[in-house]
Design a protein around this ligand. Structure first.
Ligand code: 3PG
Ligand code: CO
Length: 577
């Protein structure tokens, strides 16, 4: 029973509204937190100090600057409670950002829902827990409970406290053997922080392990190289994980600490890139996954959980040779795909994101367009549509994926920005859609590498593509809404929370930051002159955020925005003739 949208006016023929998400391009004012003296000592000219670590400010962005200086520009919130995260200390991320963009309002998100399910105890009294964990074979020690997921407190895909809660729950249940398969983060947290979490885990397990209960790490690897691929960008990532976690096939080490330290030192790796490892005891893996075992993937976010879930649950599977396919009792922390019902068993019910803009527009018969490169393709489709991989109406939804390269993106910071612009401009010229959205991955994907110089280029590449689309917008009657889902490239060096100054390492170099930021994001509306009414930004929505964009899009297209959506950021007035 989705709402029937009411159309108040129909813009002139072939008017299109296109939302452009510059992923990871947060907007912070030029930051002056580096004193001139410090800057000089570190070989940085005072003038450059303004953009220290801020690749968005440092990049040459004439087109973005043009938008920033227009009257239809403001910043909006993209982190913390404004996107449904537990607190305002939580940086934004693409899942919650695109959910808010596509659904026009804010839902309590995975991080928050899992916290409450643990606090209330509902997680441990639910059917999924009973089916997967409260099993006699686990209590008499004949079978093993495996817990696999991202090992940090990043709160983007997972949280270490959730892992600890599951271990405590398993012990309470009387389970004998728990084995952990841990993916090292360094991407939602500092690039070299794995050992901090290992310290925490060791302390924790010290209080848990006994004659009756054994919880040990069995395998792992860096998250970008092992297990956590997304949108089928590169199945070999998942295959490496499957081999390590399930088959016990990867380089052997005695402990996770030893694995991390040795592997880091061999190639100067950041944690996220570490190769897979298996922990051994007397020359044999500490654990492999066997028929009848239970397996919980404890990430709550779906994009990077879907492929490993499929590898562990699908009878028919051809993405890579599994060699052995143990029949396990599998549960996800959440259901990762609402259309595919993947996985069937999940510990916490995901947010019920309904009546998304796509659905309402399909109902109203509006043609839509979405495009990005592989790395972010699911962001403008699956996340945008409330974590659903399907379509509401295939005749009205035209989704184009540009295949991403399989390389470290700091080596090609322009990524597929030119190709995305080509495709989008073509669709604009063909008038093939009325409402569209695209995503440029650069600021985020390159931002995550921690490479400042590359991040500067990545933002410049987005600006170049933006300029081309702005020109095409004039020729094709397209109104642009230019924004971002969260910050990343705007802060490439670690900034001390208290002093707000860049942190330097022992060699006097700025400490690299790979994760997202708390920054607000830009919001610019371009080419509204084509409408028969004047558009202004409302002044009473100082706390406006990503969830206000859907209503803004709908109103620009002449629809009345639904009362249950967050309000539009604009107001209309009659044009003086
Ligand atoms: C990732 O999955 O790459 C990061 O954890 C989050 O990045 P995203 O939210 O921008 O996808
Ligand atoms: Co990101």
């Amino acid at each position: 029973n989705s709402l029937k949208l009411k159309r108040i006016f129909k813009p002139q023929n072939n008017t299109k509204i296109l939302t452009i998400v510059m992923d990871g391009v947060g907007y912070t004012n030029p930051n002056t937190n580096l004193t001139a003296e410090l800057a000089k000592n570190h070989g940085i000219l005072p003038s450059e100090a303004f953009s220290i670590g801020n690749a968005v400010n440092a990049a040459y962005t004439p087109n973005l600057n043009r938008l920033i200086s227009s009257s239809l520009f403001r910043t909006i919130k993209a982190h913390g409670t404004s996107v449904g995260l537990p607190s305002d200390d939580d940086m934004g991320n693409s899942e919650v950002g695109h959910n808010a963009l596509g659904a026009g309002r804010v839902f309590a998100q995975g991080a928050k829902l899992v916290n409450s399910a643990i606090e209330s105890g509902n997680l441990f009294s639910g059917n999924a827990w009973k089916e997967v964990v409260a099993r006699t074979e686990l209590k008499d020690g004949t079978q093993t409970l495996h817990l696999c997921g991202l090992f940090s407190d990043g709160n983007v895909h997972s949280h270490i406290d959730h892992l600890f809660a599951l271990i405590i729950g398993a012990k309470k249940e009387g389970i004998k053997k728990v084995r952990l398969h841990l993916l090292l983060d360094g991407r939602d947290v500092g690039p070299l922080t794995a050992t901090d979490y290992i310290d925490k885990l060791e302390n924790f397990l010290g209080t848990m392990n006994s004659n009756e209960f054994s919880c040990l790490v069995a395998s792992g690897g860096g998250r970008t190289f092992v297990t956590m691929d997304r949108y089928e960008s590169d199945w070999s990532i998942v295959e490496r994980g499957y081999k390590a976690h399930v088959l016990g096939e990867a380089r052997f080490f005695k402990s996770i600490r030893e694995a991390v330290e040795i592997l880091r030192s061999e190639k100067n790796y950041y944690d996220q890139d570490l190769p897979p490892f298996v922990l051994e005891n007397n020359g044999k893996p500490i654990a492999t996954v066997e028929d009848g075992d239970s397996f919980i993937f404890f990430n709550f976010r779906g994009d990077r959980a879907i492929e490993i879930t499929r590898a562990l649950t699908e009878e028919k599977f051809s993405a890579f040779p599994r060699k052995r396919f143990p029949k396990v009792h599998y549960a996800g922390m959440m259901q990762y795909d609402g259309d595919l019902k993947l996985p069937e068993i999940f510990l916490v019910t995901p947010p019920a994101i309904d009546q998304t803009m796509t659905e309402l527009l399909c109902n109203a018969g509006v043609k839509q367009f979405a495009c990005s490169e592989t790395q972010k393709y699911g962001h403008v489709t699956y996340f945008w549509n409330g974590n659903r991989s399907g379509k509401f109406n295939a005749d009205l939804e035209n989704y184009v994926e540009i295949t991403s390269d399989q390389i470290p993106f700091q080596e090609r910071p322009w990524m597929k920005s030119a190709e995305i612009a080509d495709e989008t401009i073509k669709q604009m010229q063909n008038n093939s859609f009325e409402i569209g959205r695209i995503n440029f991955a650069n600021g985020d994907m390159v931002g995550h590498s921690g490479d400042f110089a590359a991040a500067v280029l990545s933002v410049a590449a987005v600006d170049l593509a933006l300029g081309r689309i702005m020109n095409a917008a004039k020729e094709t009657n397209t109104i642009l809404i230019v924004t971002a889902d969260h910050g990343n490239a705007d802060e490439m060096f670690e900034v001390d929370k208290k002093t707000k100054k860049v942190v330097f390492d022992k060699n006097g170099l700025p400490k690299v930051k790979t994760s997202h930021t708390l920054a607000p994001v830009p919001l610019a509306i371009y080419n509204t002159e084509i409408l028969e009414r004047n558009i202004e930004l409302r002044e009473d929505l100082a706390n406006g955020g990503l969830s206000n964009i859907a209503a803004t899009v709908l109103e620009l297209a002449g629809f009345e925005s639904p009362s249950f959506y967050d309000p539009s950021l604009i107001s209309f007035s009659e044009k003086k003739k």
